[in-house]
Design a protein around this ligand. Structure first.
Ligand code: PMP
Length: 365
């Protein structure tokens, strides 16, 4: 390998950028059954594929127009266009929320373990990120979370279902959190909504500090197109829109969006595959004696213990990728497996059985 030659610079980035954490998902060599990133394991709706094939050369020359699509998406949810902002995945939505609402002396509040991008985006803006750690059950610590709110709390982010735990927070609890901190925005991340079913989307018109995030990366199978959305008060979203680029979502993604939304049959089919597959996976883990946490999402978190790394290597040798979550707070020895369509669950379970045997794993360590 040749050394990098680079001119010496005297330029320093912002202090927050020097100090913020980095997110490095293990992306290299994913040519296997990908049960590591909670993606749809099969494909998006065939109608979306058809729409993609209809992309024209002229269409690609144009800057994308987000607003007409926001009106269509809003109507789908019974909202006005101003109550929806389309984003480049929920990743960008999180980033924009932090840019819009966090001063450097404001506090943000999350519950850990959770999606790591909250850490990254919050700490780009403020060092005051308060984390409420779950206990051994991994259930959402409602009382502790409410107690951690202060008058400086400006942004609270709660994922329901949560990643990587699969735990959920009830609508009643979320509304109580929003009420307990009227000076703060509550962002409810519903990335895994379709595998659970309960939502606070219907409350955005009446709760002034509630913003709900949804992604098209999971159930819809469009992670590579990068589309997410925020729904909430038009007044709050006006600020978020102000900090976003007008062309943050590409036109190919925008074209596919109404087609994806309209194919409810495909979505219901995929969500059902996951619901059935999740039960099969949990039953299989029970039979093998592997401790796991009951999940409401398209993944299951299991407690493998000291042999977690060996399991990942063995599974890769059998053509299946898992995600090691051991470095998440309170997750030492934990490994996450994505639930997909029936055949992929079958392959995942079979590989798990052989791999656990090969590494000499037993429930007692
Ligand atoms: N929120 C949660 C809870 C997630 O787990 C993920 C993806 N892993 C995202 C958001 C990011 O979704 P997107 O692909 O829309 O950026």
């Amino acid at each position: 390998m040749s050394a990098i030659t680079d001119a010496v610079t005297q330029v320093k980035p912002r202090k927050a950028v020097l100090e913020m954490p980095e997110y490095h998902p293990p992306l290299a060599g994913r040519e296997a059954l990908r049960l590591d990133f909670n993606e749809n394991t099969l494909a998006p709706s065939p109608r979306v594929m058809e729409r993609l094939r209809a992309t024209t050369a002229e269409g690609l020359t144009k800057y994308p127009e987000r607003e007409p699509m926001e009106r269509i998406v809003a109507a789908h949810f019974g909202l006005q266009g101003e109550q929806v902002l389309l984003t480049n995945g929920v990743d960008e939505a999180i980033h924009l929320m932090c840019c819009a609402f966090l001063e450097d002396d404001d506090e943000a509040l999350i519950c850990t373990p959770t999606f790591f991008m909250y850490d990254v985006s919050v700490q780009m803006m403020t060092t005051h990120l308060r984390k409420v750690q779950v206990d051994a059950t991994l259930e959402f610590p409602f009382e502790e979370f409410v107690q951690a709110i202060t008058e400086r709390t400006k942004l609270m982010i709660v994922a329901s279902p949560n990643n990587p735990t699969g735990a959920v927070v009830s609508r009643a609890q979320l509304l109580a959190i929003a009420k307990a901190a009227p000076q703060a925005v509550l962002m409810v991340d519903e990335a895994y909504f379709h595998f659970h079913g309960e939502t606070t989307m219907d409350d955005v018109a009446t709760v002034p500090n509630l913003i709900v995030a949804r992604t098209f990366s999971k159930a819809y199978g469009l992670a590579n197109l990068r589309i997410g959305m925020l729904a909430g008060s038009a007044e709050l979203l006006k600020y978020v829109r102000k900090v976003s680029s007008p062309y943050n979502v590409n036109g190919v993604a925008l074209d596919c969006l109404p087609v994806a939304l309209a194919d409810e049959e495909y979505l219901a089919w995929y969500a059902e595959q996951v619901r059935v597959g999740r039960e099969r996976m949990m039953e299989g883990l029970r039979e093998m004696g592997v401790p796991f946490f009951p999940s409401h999402a398209n993944f299951v978190l299991m407690n493998i213990g000291p042999k977690h790394k060996e399991l990942l290597v063995a599974m890769r040798a059998h053509g299946v990728l898992l995600r090691d979550r051991s470095t998440d707070p309170g997750c030492d020895g934990f490994v996450r497996i994505t639930i997909g369509v029936e055949e992929h669950v079958t392959r995942g379970l079979a590989a798990l059985k052989v791999s656990l045997h090969e590494i000499g794993w037993s429930a007692n360590g």
